[in-house]
Write a protein that binds this ligand. Structure first.
Ligand code: A2P
Length: 290
């Protein structure tokens, strides 16, 4: 990959491209950001740099991605004030439990070179461990201390969310779940809406598998945009927070150019029909082996 500053469109930090959306705790976050799953640690700094230059301000990593160090390096040299960035990381399952979560959080902060993250998520409910409620209490403490400005979860099903709310009285600000046109998660999104929990879409392009879909292709052609832009815009129009992953600078830029595109009712109706009950690509949170 080219070094930052050597390419024609590098080295200029674009103004933020994405609008912000409100969370149930009063915070605001960009609706579009960069997913860093599978971004190698040694490349992460350059990827983050390219994305900042393209106007991204939301970066989504996790302890399990093993790239927090590279992400931290990229953020430190990005030349953007800390308060203009929105950084999410996640607690891995092995570190669930009240004390273990606090220790793991400190390690994430250290790797990221940050004093606080904007959003800290419990990565999976891991129901067999049955530790997610006490883990959530640790996150509530981190929020009270101001070191995690907002707190949320990932891959939680309604029963897990309900239990958190019943036992602690604190609703997550965000539930980050697998969502894309082939797996639209309408039931879970309706549950979120009832409790003012924001839905954030992971693998929003279906890990890239939706890019060859003929319906997506036809709509993209109609609007003279790419399939990736069409799908990202579908997430935006559905009021989802979306974090497409790319390690390629040109695609990173392409994926943020979605704010002049408008999908019409017919486009949205056709994309709605792509939903299938077995469209899930990633693990099922109820049965995941970890
Ligand atoms: P790459 O990282 O090589 O750019 P998801 O966000 O649903 O997990 O999808 C990520 C996958 O989609 C990655 O394989 C990524 O490849 C690919 N991808 C991301 N953006 C684009 C794009 N604009 N055009 C084509 N492929 C893309």
């Amino acid at each position: 990959m080219a070094k930052r500053g050597t390419g024609p469109s590098y080295g200029i930090s674009m103004p933020p491209k994405s609008p912000n959306v409100g969370l149930n705790d009063g915070a605001r976050m960009p609706q579009l950001g960069l997913g860093l799953w599978q971004a190698p640690d040694e490349d992460a700094a350059q990827i983050v740099g390219a994305a900042v230059d393209a106007g991204y301000r939301l970066f989504d990593t996790a302890a399990a991605y093993r790239n927090e160090r590279g992400v931290g390096e990229g953020l430190a040299s990005a030349g953007v004030e800390r308060d203009k960035l929105f950084i999410t990381t996640k607690l891995w399952n092995d570190n669930q439990g009240y004390d273990a979560a606090l220790v793991a959080f400190d390690k994430s902060l250290m790797r990221l070179r940050l004093e606080a993250v904007d959003l800290y998520l419990v990565h999976w409910p891991a129901p067999k461990r049955d530790l997610y409620v006490e883990t959530w209490r640790a996150l509530i403490r981190l929020k009270e201390e101001g070191r995690a400005r907002s707190i949320g979860v990932s891959n939680f099903e309604p029963e897990h969310l309900q239990r958190l709310m019943d036992e602690t009285g604190v609703a997550p600000a965000v539930n980050q779940i697998e969502v894309h046109p082939r797996f639209q998660q309408r039931r879970l999104r309706e549950f979120h809406a009832r409790f003012d929990i924001r839905t954030q879409s992971w693998s929003p392009l279906g890990t890239g598998t939706l890019l060859d879909d003929s319906t997506v292709g036809a709509i993209a052609k109609k609007h003279s945009v790419t399939p990736a832009q069409t799908i990202i815009r579908w997430h935006i129009e559905n009021d989802l927070i979306v974090i497409p992953k790319s390690t390629t600078p040109a695609r990173i830029r392409e994926n943020t150019d979605v704010f002049d595109l408008r999908l019409d009712e017919d486009d949205m109706a056709r994309l709605a029909q792509l939903d299938t009950p077995d469209g899930r690509i990633g693990p099922d949170p109820m049965t995941a082996p970890f």
